[in-house]
Design a protein around this ligand. Structure first.
Ligand code: BTN
Length: 266
């Protein structure tokens, strides 16, 4: 993979670091943040030896089949609005992949992207006192997955049979991210993209279960969870802050915050 020089033409990109191998691009970007690096510093790696996922999990990224990068942002928005950045990234990724690979991805709220029912990328957002690091790992040309995740994870290659140019995909993603991010900081909420996000949302207007984060999921088979004690809700999409509107069986609307739960569609 060779990065394109046109990345520097994207206004949000102010600095680029490119590694063959690194522990974690998110850790590197956080280190840069602590050393006062500028907003828009991009860390890209061909592979990671200690890629991190959400909830303390690891993210398999030791081969160079995938695209792994982190972007350091210094957003000028209220701390309470910061969680919106993850949803901005989710929509940018979904739109960029749909356009480049001619597919239709869905977003599993708040920020997982699925293709044909399987997860193809992950987003790990880590915030510090004056920065946000947006870490993205995409299974681009990955040919196989460990049997323990093969049921739930896939790659763009496995779903379409085509090999993709990762540098070109990165360019398209960062262009989308740039324009959605600019709108986000000027609006200070997600009103400008609420309709687009909801139109790609898995489970919209369907029954969903809200699973508290303290319930341990079986990663190999996340559907292997006892839903019988949980109440179903109708998913009504995100509001302008990124919370998910869910209607219970009494017609009462609840606003679910992404920090507290994960969602299961029926
Ligand atoms: C998840 O789905 O749990 C999130 C996975 C995020 C992985 C990316 S790869 C680039 C960046 N560096 C990391 O260590 N993690 C993120």
């Amino acid at each position: 993979m060779r990065l394109s020089s046109s990345l520097f033409k994207i206004p949000i990109i102010n600095n680029i670091l490119f590694y063959d191998t690194i522990g974690s691009t998110n850790d590197k970007a956080k280190e840069l943040a602590r050393r006062n690096s500028v907003h828009g510093s991009l860390v890209v790696a061909k592979s990671q030896t200690a890629g991190k996922g959400r909830l303390g999990r690891s993210f398999y990224s030791t081969s160079d089949d995938g695209l792994y990068f982190s972007l350091l942002l210094r957003p000028n928005v209220e701390p309470s609005h910061l969680s919106g950045i993850t949803l901005v990234a989710a929509l940018a990724l979904s739109e960029a992949i749909d356009e480049y690979c001619k597919v239709k991805t869905t977003i599993k709220w708040p920020n997982d992207i699925y293709l044909n029912g399987k997860k193809i990328l992950g987003i790990l957002t880590e915030a510090g006192p004056d920065y946000v690091v947006l870490g993205i790992g995409i299974n681009v040309n990955t040919p196989t997955f460990n049997s323990n995740i093969a049921n739930t994870a896939s790659s763009l290659f496995l779903e379409t049979g085509l090999i993709y140019d990762k540098a070109e995909l990165l360019n398209i993603i960062l262009c989308k991210l740039n324009s959605l991010y600019e709108s986000f900081v000027s609006h200070k909420d997600l009103s400008f993209m609420q309709a687009e996000y909801n139109s790609s949302l898995a489970g919209l207007n369907k029954e969903v279960y809200i699973i508290p984060q303290n319930v341990t999921l079986n990663i190999a088979n996340p559907s292997d969870i006892d839903l019988s004690n949980l109440d179903p809700y109708i998913c009504l999409g995100i509001d302008i802050t990124g919370n998910l509107k869910c209607q219970d069986s009494f017609g009462i609307i609840h606003y679910v915050n992404s920090g507290e739960v994960s969602l299961r569609t029926k």
